[in-house]
Ligand binder design. Structure first.
Ligand code: FE
Length: 199
């Protein structure tokens, strides 16, 4: 049974991918080295652990946080993480007064450099439509209650401009160092559908 519940679907997809890859290689249109490089990038180098390090640094270092909010792309690259497609990264900060949530209403634009590939639900039609029309309802479905007097801001990512949320630092984390803080930060909290839970 495949992950989407359709028997045999995974092996059929794998076969099709293999067949396509063989054909492209044969025609000299791609190189195995280039494919291996891409797979390595998406499996090992890009992922929410990058974003978590950016968040932890911002929590620890207020100068870095200022740079991050002013020019996200530069501050992320300063940590050694580079944007993939020349997109601009904009970081929006959660505070007691403002809660930010990110969506791509058109398709599935996502901050690859810091969060890797988007989760399946992020690409789904209901998330894309309802986050724009009823963000508090969507947040509730993720188990996230936002106080009535907190403003909820929705950010619509596109190909050129990708948003990432700087979540609020949870209580009782004064004694933690940057690495321990990064471990608390989840992908979903940087999309803005959840908050970072205290340790
Ligand atoms: Fe998109």
């Amino acid at each position: 049974m495949s992950s989407d519940g359709i028997p045999g679907r995974d092996s059929e997809t794998a076969l099709r991918v293999k067949a396509l890859e063989s054909l492209l290689l044969e025609k000299g249109l791609i190189e195995t080295r280039a494919i291996d490089e891409l797979i390595d990038m998406f499996e090992n180098r890009l992922g929410p652990w990058n974003g978590a390090k950016v968040v932890a640094r911002a929590w620890m270092d207020s100068d870095y946080k200022d740079r991050l909010l002013r020019n996200g792309t530069a501050a992320i690259s300063e940590m050694g993480f580079d944007v993939v497609q020349g997109e601009e990264m904009v970081i929006v900060e959660n505070t007691p007064d403002v809660h930010n949530i990110v969506v791509c209403t058109l398709c599935s634009c996502f901050p690859w450099a810091t969060l890797g590939l988007p989760p399946v639900w992020y690409k789904s039609a209901p998330y894309r439509a309802r986050t724009a029309s009823d963000p508090r309802g969507v947040l509730r479905e993720f188990g996230t209650e936002i106080a009535e007097d907190t403003e909820v801001r929705v950010w619509d990512s596109n190909a050129e401009l990708r948003y990432m949320v700087l979540p609020e630092r949870p209580a009782a984390t004064e004694g933690l160092d940057e690495a321990a803080l990064a471990e608390l930060v989840t992908r979903d909290s940087m999309i803005g559908v959840t908050k970072v839970a205290p340790p």
